[in-house]
Write a protein that binds this ligand. Structure first.
Ligand code: 6PG
Length: 258
């Protein structure tokens, strides 16, 4: 595993502020070289605060939303109107409040054929993103972290953790009733920047095992995150860090306290 910057913010709000600043820098870097900044957004609850901040008047005015491609890293296989939908959450907290053109939005289709939906999303990625070493390349992939160490919809013991050919797969989570569609580790690790945003003491065990010297991807799926040449940031609040002294940590962790 390569270098990871661990940003330990005092609170979730300060963590979110730091991620917003980081995203703006990554957006500027991308547009200095290309016409569009591409980001894969995370689902779940933690990023809601970030999306709401980005949609606030001061922040939304900083971005040219016409030049941002919005994707989602994983999706519950439910209609986009379903409260469990990640894209519905992203729409409600961010997209409905900024002027991003429809052509820049890339939700994951959810019909009654999950395999064809996964294949379609892989095709959408190929048509929308540059490719490097066989896989599409995002400017930024934003992820969360589950208490069991999952990220996106890559769950403990899942064969998707060892996918080497497909960029998008459908999965059945071990403890959740809803099938999912998710990008795979080769896509995550091909990104220019990977950011894990997580918070709360419920994630402290997962973070400690993610950063521990020893551990397996099957046990802690977020250990599959290992960008080939991109930057890797883990941004969290202090309660998430409360168990980092329990295990010997691996090399390459650069910690910054905010
Ligand atoms: C999802 C997410 C998932 C999430 C983690 C953390 O579809 O739920 O992709 O990977 O990021 O479960 O979720 P919270 O932020 O709600 O704790």
């Amino acid at each position: 595993m390569g270098r990871v910057e661990l940003i330990a913010a005092h609170t979730l709000d300060s963590a979110v502020q730091w991620v917003a600043d980081l995203l703006f820098r990554q957006y500027q870097d991308a547009l200095s070289e290309a016409d569009c900044y591409t980001i894969s957004l995370a689902g779940g609850g933690t990023p809601r605060n970030l999306y709401a901040l980005l949609a606030s008047p001061l922040w939304r005015a900083k971005f040219d939303w016409e030049r941002i491609g919005i994707f989602v890293g994983d999706e519950r296989h439910v209609p986009q109107t379903d409260p469990r939908s990640n894209f519905r959450m992203i729409r409600e907290t961010l997209l409905d409040r900024v002027l991003v053109p429809q052509r820049n939005l890339h939700p994951i289709r959810t019909t009654d054929d999950i395999e064809s939906d996964a294949k379609l999303y892989a095709k959408v990625l190929e048509q929308s993103l540059p490719t490097a070493s066989r896989f599409v390349r995002f400017d930024t992939v934003l992820l969360g972290l589950g208490p069991d160490g999952h990220t996106a919809s890559l769950f403990p013991g899942s064969t998707a953790l060892h996918e080497t050919e497909r960029s998008v797969v459908d999965v059945v989570p071990p403890n959740a009733p809803t099938p999912r569609i998710t990008i795979t580790p080769p896509v995550i690790n091909n990104a220019r920047n990977v950011i894990v945003l997580t918070a709360g003491h419920l994630k402290a065990g997962a973070l400690a095992r993610l950063l521990a010297m020893d551990g397996t991807v099957d046990d802690i799926p977020a250990r599959a995150i290992d960008p080939i040449d991109g930057k890797f940031y883990i941004v969290c609040d202090l309660p998430t860090c409360e168990r980092l002294d329990e295990l010997p940590l691996r090399d390459g962790i650069v910690t910054r306290r905010l």
